[in-house]
Design a protein. Structure first.
Length: 211
């Protein structure tokens, strides 16, 4: 598929079904693109579709199937959009393009030649539990135990939104800007390959997903 240059061709890209319930259009909205008037369109649509399909099929669909509706906060960024975000990092909180290849920039492989994709999501069923407890780790550990093909997660305070990634060479790492801040787990840590069900059983019980 060529880079869209017309409304019709962009519509065709947006209608590409990445998985059972997600379409490419779900991931193209960007506040930076809107405010800065920069098109958020892939330069390499086929690679963006391939990476996005893996993210949706292997990571997002398993979460949505068990926990209910996922809200996409941000996802794909073109190189131009991400560069503008990095230029105004204090305002937009974007890393440089090189750090986002195979991350938010789906249509460029990383420095090692691997493909990947990232989306920032909110799990709406988690909000009542999070607002009551501020326990973001319950969701983090649930995903870790139940979505084996995720690569990384990074949690933020508002709405327990978090970046979640799929990558050809997964990190298996969880970090957070929410207290307790820092790295929750990564490859090599003692807590990486143990049962964490006690950490999320109250949340799962609260939404009836244990039945």
């Amino acid at each position: 598929m060529r880079t869209p240059k017309t409304v019709k061709s962009l519509e065709e890209l947006g209608r590409v079904q990445l998985s059972k319930t997600f379409f490419m259009r779900d991931f193209l909205y960007s506040e930076i693109a809107q405010v800065e008037q920069i098109p958020n369109i892939p330069d390499s649509p086929d690679l963006a579709i391939k990476a996005g399909s893996a993210l949706c099929e292997k990571v997002l669909e398993p979460i949505q199937e068990k926990l209910g509706r996922i809200c996409i906060r941000s996802a794909y960024r073109s190189c131009a959009v991400n560069a503008k975000g990095a230029e105004n990092k204090n305002q937009y909180s974007c890393s440089k393009n090189e750090a986002n290849y195979a991350g938010h920039i789906w249509d460029v492989k990383d420095a090692d030649g691997y493909m990947g994709a990232t989306a920032c999501i909110v799990v709406t069923s988690f909000l009542p539990y999070y607002e009551k407890t501020a326990d973001w780790q319950a969701l983090a550990w649930w995903v870790h135990d139940n979505v084996p093909e995720y690569s990384s997660m990074y949690f933020f305070p508002k709405l327990a939104a978090f970046n979640i990634s799929w990558h050809e060479k997964p990190e298996k790492r969880i970090d957070s800007y929410v207290q307790p801040k820092g790295c929750l787990t990564k490859t090599g840590m003692d807590n990486q390959n143990v049962d964490h069900s006690k950490a999320y059983q109250e949340f799962i019980r609260s939404i009836g997903a244990d039945k």
